[in-house]
Design a binder for this molecule. Structure first.
Ligand SMILES: N[C@@H](CCC(=O)N[C@@H](CS)C(=O)NCC(=O)O)C(=O)O
Length: 229
């Protein structure tokens, strides 16, 4: 049985990727949630050499970084990347672009599933990231026929954009109808619903994450369970 170490579901966009992928691909795993806060980095360092989460343990093999975990799983399970090779090439490129890019979207709209926020400003760099996202999604959906990005079913490339769907919801990001429909489709995936319900139930608050959100945005609504005293 694989063991997947993740951080808090409300905040941890990187953890969401392998979690939702494994759930949707029917790959069994035992979940371990290691909370942010306090000596989180030391806690994470005990598990993962980068001091970052997620990481996957398979017997004596440790895999860290969401992209490496995805590729490790793809060597063992059929449903991780789409078929045929052309769709796989596109999906890998789009996932890699998300993994190493979209910095403004990631930094300015950090994931907080259970909160609704209004950004204080929308700089040109963020608009560029959103415009690129729309072109990329439209391309995948048109090229491979949807309803997911590179296949009829949810695959790893959708998992890489899953955190974006929560960001769209949290920040009310304005997208074209086609892109908005895809983001909504991601939110309705069963594993995404499960993650979201668990995120809302969290009473844990991570002070650095909360401070970062308030610096860049104002809170419209907080749907999470009341904070732990
Ligand atoms: N590129 C890594 C990034 C992982 C990452 O930044 N994880 C965050 C949690 S969402 C983390 O562990 N942060 C703790 C820290 O930076 O100290 C991946 O894809 O897994």
């Amino acid at each position: 049985m694989y063991e997947l170490y993740i951080a808090n579901k409300n905040y941890s966009s990187w953890s969401l990727r392998p979690w939702v992928l494994m759930r949707e691909a029917g790959i069994g795993f035992e979940e371990h949630l290691v909370p942010f806060g306090g000596p989180a980095w030391e806690d994470f360092l005990e598990l993962s050499p980068s001091g970052k989460i997620p990481c996957l343990i398979d017997g004596s093999t440790l895999v860290w970084d969401s992209l490496a975990i995805t590729e490790y799983l793809a060597e063992r399970h059929d449903r991780v990347w789409p078929q045929p090779a052309e769709a796989r090439a596109w999906a890998r490129s789009a996932a890699a672009e998300m993994h190493s890019g979209f910095m403004e979207l990631r930094n300015r709209c950090s994931m907080s599933c259970g909160v609704r926020l209004r950004l204080k400003e929308t700089p040109a760099a963020l608009k560029r990231d959103i415009a690129r996202l729309e072109v990329l999604w439209r391309d995948g959906l048109a090229r491979f026929g949807g309803p997911f990005l590179a296949a009829r079913s949810f695959t790893a490339v959708d998992a890489f954009f899953a955190p974006v769907a929560y960001r769209v919801q949290t920040y009310g990001l304005k997208l074209s109808p086609e892109a908005a429909a895809y983001a909504q489709r991601l939110l309705e995936v069963p594993a995404m619903r499960q993650w979201y319900a668990a995120a809302l139930a969290e009473s844990f608050r991570d002070a650095p994450h909360e401070a970062e959100l308030l610096e860049l945005a104002s809170v419209i609504e907080d749907l999470r369970a009341a904070p732990a005293p």
